[in-house]
Ligand binder design. Structure first.
Ligand code: NAP
Length: 329
């Protein structure tokens, strides 16, 4: 069996290797074994390889926050899933050809789901949903502003906001994605820049923007805060710039804008296991029906993990980089 290992923390394409590993063996009681069909390379996986993610596992370590797989075998006492089922794994270490996990960590998916899209179900669609639902009580007609709007999270957020009647100002760093985002339902698309607050204010006709969602960090967070109405909230959920947050003191002190952070794990932990399953069942239906969709720029075999990692770090991609550890899907 092949899996990816990092042997040091550093440049992902240098520290990650595709290695031969012993097979995972047969499932024990309460366990399942599944073949991994696809996994994406997400920004958090790249951070983990670099050693600047919140988790820093002992080395060698296998990255991989999400994947989709097909169950090969189930152990004694497992009744909720069966061989042949397509599942996502709620635990990590998924950059491998095969995994043996507790059955309770697997969420079965409905039939008819595109395997590549299913590989990207666990993290980004749920993140977009919780960013919209867990912090500010938004009503139809309200405005939110987000940066990295052409990211997978950003695209899902546009669609989910539209379904709620919430209007979006979408900040990107290049103009060539504007038409695609509008086609998804983006109300406004703006290219980031120092005068963002003025342009956003004009674009919404002076209406209050109540929620700002930032995954660039650095001064981009301040620019998002400066777009918000008094009493608004900024949620920081990523740091694509690699910089720490910069916040506007006048926004915080004089205008009552608040700043909070978001992490999917913490968001899901507030929910019961049944609520988490229901949330993913609903998102899976949206993926199956093509309501939610993340574009894919390229796919790679697991042996080419270094090339895949180099590709995933390029700006201007037209979607995610996926790895197919057991061949084409
Ligand atoms: N907190 C959580 O629980 C959580 C969960 C999921 C995701 N996230 C975060 O959400 C963000 C988006 O993730 P994703 O998987 O949706 O991303 P993605 O699809 O891989 O897209 C990456 C996005 O980042 C932009 N970008 C890259 N470098 C940048 C820079 N230096 N300055 C500004 N923009 C930059 C890219 O713009 P171009 O297309 O122009 O290159 C693109 O829009 C990441 O920061 C990720 O860590 C957080």
């Amino acid at each position: 069996m092949k899996k990816v290992e990092i042997t040091a923390y550093g440049a992902p394409e240098e520290v990650a290797h595709c290695v031969e590993a012993p097979d995972v063996g047969q499932p024990g009681a309460g366990e399942i074994v599944f073949d991994i069909l696809a996994f994406p390379i997400n920004p958090a996986d790249l951070s983990l390889c670099r050693g600047n993610y919140r988790l820093r596992p002992p080395l060698p370590a296998t990255p991989g926050a999400e994947c989709v797989g097909r169950i090969a075998a189930v152990g004694a006492g497992v009744s909720r899933v069966k061989p042949g089922d397509l599942v996502i794994n709620m635990q990590r270490e998924n950059w491998a050809q095969r995994r043996r996990i507790k059955a309770d960590d697997a969420i079965p998916l409905p039939s008819g789901l595109d395997v590549a899209q299913a590989a990207m179900l666990r993290i980004n669609p749920a993140t977009a949903l919780l960013l919209l639902e867990d912090h500010v009580a938004l009503k139809p007609g309200d405005w939110v502003i987000q940066d990295v709007a052409n990211s997978a999270v950003g695209r899902h957020l546009i669609v989910l906001a539209k379904q709620k009647g919430v209007r979006t100002v979408n900040v990107v760093r290049r103009n060539d994605v504007t038409a695609e985002l509008k086609a998804l339902g983006a109300d406004i698309v703006l290219v980031d820049g120092p005068d963002l607050a003025t342009r956003a204010h004009d674009a919404v006709g002076g209406a209050p923007i109540r929620l700002g969602i930032d995954a660039v960090s650095g001064t981009a967070c301040k620019r998002i805060a400066d777009c918000l109405a008094d009493g608004g909230m900024v949620i920081s959920y990523g740091a694509m710039s690699g910089e720490d947050l910069v916040m506007s003191r006048p926004a915080l002190s004089f205008r009552g804008v608040s700043l909070t952070g978001f992490n999917l794990g913490r968001g899901l932990a507030k929910r019961s296991p049944d609520q988490v399953r229901a949330l993913y069942a609903d998102l899976a239906i949206k993926l199956r029906d093509g309501v939610l969709k993340a574009p894919i720029d390229a796919t790679y075999p697991i042996e080419d993990i270094k090339e895949a990692l180099a590709h995933a770090q390029r700006g201007g991609r037209n979607g995610k980089v996926l790895v197919l550890p057991n061949g084409p899907v």
